[in-house]
Design a protein around this ligand. Structure first.
Ligand code: PLP
Length: 515
């Protein structure tokens, strides 16, 4: 057992382990942290216990994904019992992933590097790994809360929306409402959402861009009319993105899983350090790698890969985070982001759990659009992190070359990671294996991928393009994507920003009246 879990007589958790990154006196239990999503002062929930205890690698080595997940999660989420976590993991992964391994590892670059395929979940997004778990954790957190229900509000640029809808579909005492920018997603991503089933799900297109959707959703959390409805009906509004610790923690598991795969295949000895390279947007996925390191995983470098929105590359190079720059739409849209929210958690831990300093930096970002960290902190970050970026041209080139030379089809996000991994390995003299996190199925971006591989883009709809890519590369189309063709459209509402308040009010009533 990793943590001593303090429980009261009725199984209630006594310890308030989690506090805001911006104010240590704002603390609460893990279950409340998960239900709330964000701390009341806008900070993110962290626990100072992280890193106090390390996991025993020998014990974990022989385990399957489903066996090791509850042990790793109980170290990150003190306050859940191992029993609870075992059940949650079973429901999240046992039948919903197309690979028994959950996240299989594939060898590339003549066995020098490895791809960790995270896209075998029900919506072909890496976000499934976390969003299949989050509803399980929320259900557990609701257990001792009377008849309280949770309404998830989410703005999405594509992948988060579908993965969250799928995760929360028909989960008791929850409802979910997703907004996506009307012309801002890929055709496949839109279809994935429009065909969503489930009695507690709702999807709506918004006239505007992703930022409009995102900022409006944030405003809604403070809307007086919604607050009144919540109080009356005992409903809590929460968030499903990676600022929620319940979504972040499940991502640490696959770092361990892939490490053990390398040991089992004789590529490294138990205890050897390896590198991980992560296509990064909101900094959630790579932060989970840092959490894994704090739990004792032998991680040498964490490589932060960005596209032309290279705010993180600049930050890790100069120590200045500056969001005052043009926003680029790229081939890797899930990484088109200028505010990487989870970096705040890294700053907290790396500054020695300094809430005052973290708040100072975040206030500066909010008020001035930039901040600069102390040189000593930058030096410390550089010991563990390396950062680089990749242009769209380079991204297409990597997809082309890796297919030609290795017969493997990269999606554009993973191709960005591949480019930066190679750049790092050229600069670094000492070579060690690197695990590259592969975050999406190429079939979600089949037009761009087909074009990168063949040099031509035929006039055809998404489904015909999937067939073409499949024939050309001799790979299988994920069933959840090919099936979309036959599914009826269930959600076709389009609204403007002004109507969002009343829409959410109406939908919330409707979703919770059904039961
Ligand atoms: C969300 C996403 C990312 C970025 O992950 P973060 O945790 O936000 O850094 C990368 N690739 C794909 C395909 C994604 O959907």
């Amino acid at each position: 057992m990793v943590f001593i879990i303090m429980q009261g007589e009725k199984g209630e958790i006594m310890k308030n382990y989690f506090n805001s990154t911006r104010n240590k006196t704002l603390h609460t239990s893990v279950k409340d942290a998960i239900l709330q999503g964000l701390a009341p002062d806008g900070g993110l929930y962290v626990t100072d216990k992280l890193g106090h205890t390390v996991l025993n690698l020998n014990d974990l080595l022989p385990m399957t994904y489903e066996e090791m997940a509850p042990i790793i999660l109980s170290a990150l989420l003190p306050g859940f019992t191992t029993n609870e976590l075992e059940t949650a993991v079973f429901h999240a992964y046992h039948n919903s992933f197309s690979s028994k391994e959950v996240t299989p590892v594939v060898s590339i670059d003549e066995d020098k590097n490895f791809l960790l395929e995270l896209f075998h979940g029900p919506t072909s997004a890496f976000k499934d790994v976390a969003l299949q778990m989050l509803p399980q954790l929320m259900s557990l957190a609701l257990k001792n809360q009377g008849d309280k229900q949770v309404m998830i509000l989410a703005a999405t640029s594509g992948d988060t929306g579908k993965a969250a809808l799928c995760g929360f579909q028909d989960v008791p005492r929850t409802g979910i409402l997703v907004f996506y920018p009307k012309d801002g997603t890929s055709a496949i991503q839109r279809l994935q959402m429009e065909t969503q089933e489930g009695s507690n799900t709702s999807v709506c297109a918004l006239i505007g861009n992703f930022d409009d959707a995102q900022s409006k959703v944030k405003e809604l959390f403070h809307s007086p009319s919604l607050q009144a409805l919540c109080d009356e009906k005992n409903i809590l509004f929460s968030s499903a993105n990676s600022i929620n610790i319940g979504r972040l923690a499940p991502q640490a598991v696959y770092y361990f899983y892939s490490y053990f795969q390398l040991v089992k295949r004789g590529k490294i000895a138990l205890g050897d350090e390896i590198d991980f390279c992560v296509p990064t947007g909101n900094f959630g996925d790579i932060l989970a790698g840092y959490y894994a390191k704090l739990l004792g995983l032998p991680v040498h470098k964490l490589i932060v890969a960005s596209n032309a929105n290279n705010v993180l590359t600049d930050f890790f190079t100069t120590g200045t985070y500056d969001r005052r720059r043009p926003f680029h739409k790229t081939l890797s849209p899930s990484m088109d982001i200028l505010i990487s929210s989870n970096l705040e958690r890294l700053l907290y831990y790396m500054s020695g759990n300094d809430d005052v300093y973290t708040k100072e930096l975040m206030d500066s970002l909010q008020e001035n659009g930039h901040y600069t960290i102390k040189p000593s902190l930058l030096a410390k970050l550089k010991e563990t992190f390396y950062a680089g970026y990749c242009t769209d041209e380079q991204c297409k080139q990597e997809i082309h070359t890796v297919y030609e030379e290795q017969n493997y089809v990269l999606d554009p996000h993973t191709a960005v990671g591949y480019h930066v991994m190679k750049q790092y390995q050229q600069e670094e003299k000492e070579q060690r294996p690197c695990v590259l996190l592969s975050t999406a199925s190429p079939y979600k971006f089949c037009g761009q991928v087909y074009e990168a591989i063949t040099g031509t883009l035929p006039e055809a709809d998404e489904f015909a393009l999937m067939e073409l890519l499949s024939e050309k590369t001799n790979t299988e189309i994920p069933k959840n994507l090919s099936e979309l063709k036959e599914k009826p459209i269930l959600h076709n509402t389009v609204i403007s920003k002004e109507d969002m308040d009343s829409y959410v009010l109406e939908k919330t009533k409707e979703l919770f009246m059904k039961r």
